[in-house]
Design a protein. Structure first.
Ligand code: LER
Ligand code: MN
Length: 278
């Protein structure tokens, strides 16, 4: 019998001042975030940069070496939060700029062997744009960007978000069915347990449905706090991840509540418990 899948731990560092108040644990720079993550025993950091160009690659390389950390993933959300770019915008120039913004982050992440995440930059359908049109633009972008990520031998991560953040795809099963209609085989689903708590009838069943398409997990409780500080029943979720042989990270994209240090410690405790479950 194949050995049960093991998980790796990751924690978020945001380098974007405009994202304060968002679900990011460390917000005091790369050096402080990496040092803290390593001190608590995390395997990796997930980084949310303002753009590819503003991230200090040399510093990041040094910090990863010094602290024996990896990059779990790189977020593109600043493209929306800071620059108001989205892949489904009615204006073709904005759609193009959104795609180029993401392409640069794919290259940056690829240099570190990590996937890029498309979350809020997917946008939403509204105004003159129909849902079918928005999904067609999104599909075209994922075909292109999925192959751009393949050059680096990493997947591209697409994240279904809850209904308050997008009206495109909110559930894993729908997302998996839609992704299977694309030509590219290099786009995987980011399963964010916070969004899933809002949208899925049964989070464990949704993970089983998406199966091998699950490429990354945001490890967040029902209230977007550290796992263990909300009401999510994590055991069936861990069992489902084991069942689908999920090989990736459980990454804490959570609110730094009651403070960053406590959220990070609590996540690590929950992560260690998760490793011993099932
Ligand atoms: C990004 O990973 C995410 O989950 C979004 O809720 C951010 O807006
Ligand atoms: Mn997320």
């Amino acid at each position: 019998m194949a050995p049960a899948a093991s998980f790796r731990s990751a924690i978020t560092i945001s380098l974007v001042p405009e994202s304060r108040g968002g679900p990011f644990v460390y917000t005091d720079g790369l050096a402080a975030g990496c040092a803290e993550a390593a001190r608590l025993g995390y395997d990796a950091v997930e980084i949310f940069p303002a753009s590819a160009a503003t991230l200090d690659r040399t510093l990041l390389r040094e910090l990863l070496g010094e602290h024996r950390l990896r990059v779990a993933a790189v977020g593109t959300g600043a493209g929306w939060v800071v620059h108001k770019l989205m892949l489904t915008h009615a204006d073709p120039e904005i759609r193009q700029r959104a795609r180029e913004f993401i392409r640069e982050i794919i290259k940056l992440a690829g240099e570190f062997g990590a996937p890029a995440i498309i979350g809020s930059m997917q946008g939403r359908w509204e105004g003159t744009v129909t849902r079918d049109q928005a999904l067609a633009w999104l599909a075209e972008a994922l075909e292109d960007l999925g192959e751009a990520a393949a050059v680096h031998r990493v997947p591209l991560l697409y994240e279904p978000l809850n209904r308050y953040e997008t009206n495109l795809l909110n559930r894993l099963g729908d997302t998996a069915r839609w992704l299977r209609t694309l030509r590219t085989r290099n786009v995987r689903i980011l399963a964010d347990l916070f969004h899933m708590n809002i949208e899925e009838a049964d989070a464990a069943a949704a993970l089983r449905e998406a199966g091998p398409l699950v490429g990354h997990v945001h490890f967040a409780d029902s209230n977007r706090r550290a796992i263990g500080l909300g009401h999510t029943a994590i055991e069936p979720i861990i069992a489902a991840l084991r069942e689908i042989d999920y090989p990736g990270y459980l990454s804490a994209e959570i609110l730094p509540l009651p403070d960053a240090a406590t959220a990070a410690r609590q996540t690590m405790e929950s992560f260690r418990r998760a490793l011993t479950l099932c």
